[in-house]
Write a protein that binds this ligand. Structure first.
Ligand code: NAD
Ligand code: ZN
Length: 376
């Protein structure tokens, strides 16, 4: 089968690889109809991880069941499914509590497993014609047959639940005001989620004009941090009070508002712009170490933030990968009933053969490359 593999920093290729196959009785093989490129893929693409060459990327996958193992009972050939990026066993102590992003069995000793990802188990990704799906009965979410809503449903594997999770982690209640750091696909999904959940107002901070325009299209207030300190802008917009909640959707790669790379700057902004006793949800990825970082502190995955202000304001902060399965059934049904259209952020739909150029353009933040879908 054809698949997109990692060759080295900023070097990927579409090549022939052995077909995905059923390796355990609980596996299924899915023929991929849509697989997305994600901001998280860039951590590996840019060479900030130790992922080995030859690995297939792709953790945002959906498709049609091609084959099932002898122990699979809920799925059959021909079923249309969405596959959470988390690969979970369904019966460890974390999975039993809905924390499928932290499955203790699929990637023992660390934080959960995912398809085509550094440090998250040995699993191949789905930017390919076919994908092996472990514990398929537990992991796959059924979708209505056919091709309707393909671009909306493809957001169920990661970024729509991740945006939703960021809002959940912030403790948002209906009527709250929310500031979202980052208008990338994840930040936009957090803005959408906050709207669906009844936020009174949502502010989205970024500097990319095309992305800020999408945030406005979703009904959010765009805050362009290239025009000045985002804390001052939020304070002015909220009459000096700050927002009730904040969502971090940038992660380690943050630049401060003057354009200098500065991991942690978004956390500092949130600590200063969320009102006392408010909550902060962090879904942007912060790496445990970054050997290529500019400072000794950053190499160890550390950054400073005003903990004194955080404590004095009685703020709460919650973090981590999204437990996709905790939300994807409900989010699927919001799509089916027309209450959410996450596919509205799609900018490009390409074949697998065009994936190499797509990575380059997405990585270089070429204007207009917001969310790329591949249809193998
Ligand atoms: P992206 O790189 O496309 O978007 C990030 C955006 O942040 C960009 O538009 C950039 O201009 C903006 N930005 C940079 N510095 C900023 C600052 N100081 N203030 C405001 N905006 C700033 O990435 P994405 O696909 O939207 O993903 C965002 C983060 O979420 C990444 O770290 C990704 O790895 C992570 N992620 C986490 C999960 C999870 O389960 N927790 C799942 C998917 C993605
Ligand atoms: Zn992703």
């Amino acid at each position: 089968m054809r698949a997109l593999v990692y060759n080295g920093p900023k070097d990927v290729a579409v090549v022939d690889v052995p077909d995905a196959r059923v390796e355990a009785p609980t596996d299924a093989v899915v023929r991929i109809t849509t697989t997305n490129i994600c901001g998280s893929d860039l951590h590996m693409y840019e060479g900030r991880t130790d992922i080995e060459t030859g690995r297939i990327f792709g953790h945002e996958n959906m498709g049609v069941v091609e084959e099932v193992g002898s122990g699979v009972t809920r799925l059959k050939k021909g079923d249309r499914v969405s596959l959470p990026f988390n690969i979970a066993c369904g019966h460890c102590r974390n999975c039993m509590r809905g924390r499928t992003a932290f499955c203790l069995e699929t990637n023992p000793g660390t934080a959960g497993a995912a398809y085509g990802f550094a440090d998250m188990g040995p699993y191949q990704g789905g930017q390919a014609e076919y994908l092996r799906v472990p514990f398929a009965d537990f992991n796959a979410l059924h979708l209505p047959q056919g091709t309707e809503h393909e671009n909306d449903f493809t957001m169920l594997s990661d970024i729509f639940p991740t945006g939703w999770h960021g809002v959940e982690l912030s403790g948002m209640e209906p009527g709250d005001s929310v500031v979202v750091m980052g208008a990338g696909p994840v930040g936009l999904m957090a803005a959408l989620s906050a709207q669906v959940r009844g936020a009174s107002v949502v502010y989205v901070v970024d500097r990319a004009p095309d992305r800020l325009a999408l945030a406005e299209k979703m009904g959010a207030v765009a805050v362009d941090d290239s025009k000045g300190d985002p804390v001052e802008q939020i304070m002015e917009l909220t009459d000096g009070v700050g927002t009730d909640r904040g969502v971090e959707a940038v992660g380690w790669q943050a630049h401060d508002h003057t354009g200098v790379e500065k991991p942690g700057t978004t956390i500092e902004t949130l600590v200063q712009s969320v009102r006392a006793t408010g909550g902060i949800g962090v879904v942007g990825v912060f790496v445990p170490e970054d050997p290529g970082a500019a400072t000794e502190e950053a190499k160890e995955g550390r950054f400073a933030f005003p903990y004194g202000d955080f404590w004095f304001k009685g703020l709460s902060m919650a973090t981590g990968q999204a437990n996709v399965k905790a939300y994807n059934r409900q989010l699927r049904d919001l799509i089916i009933t027309g209450k959410a259209s996450p596919g509205s952020i799609v900018s490009h739909e390409l074949g697998l053969a065009d994936a190499v150029d797509a990575y380059k353009n997405f990585d270089e933040r070429v204007d207009g490359w917001t969310k790329v879908l591949l249809h193998p």
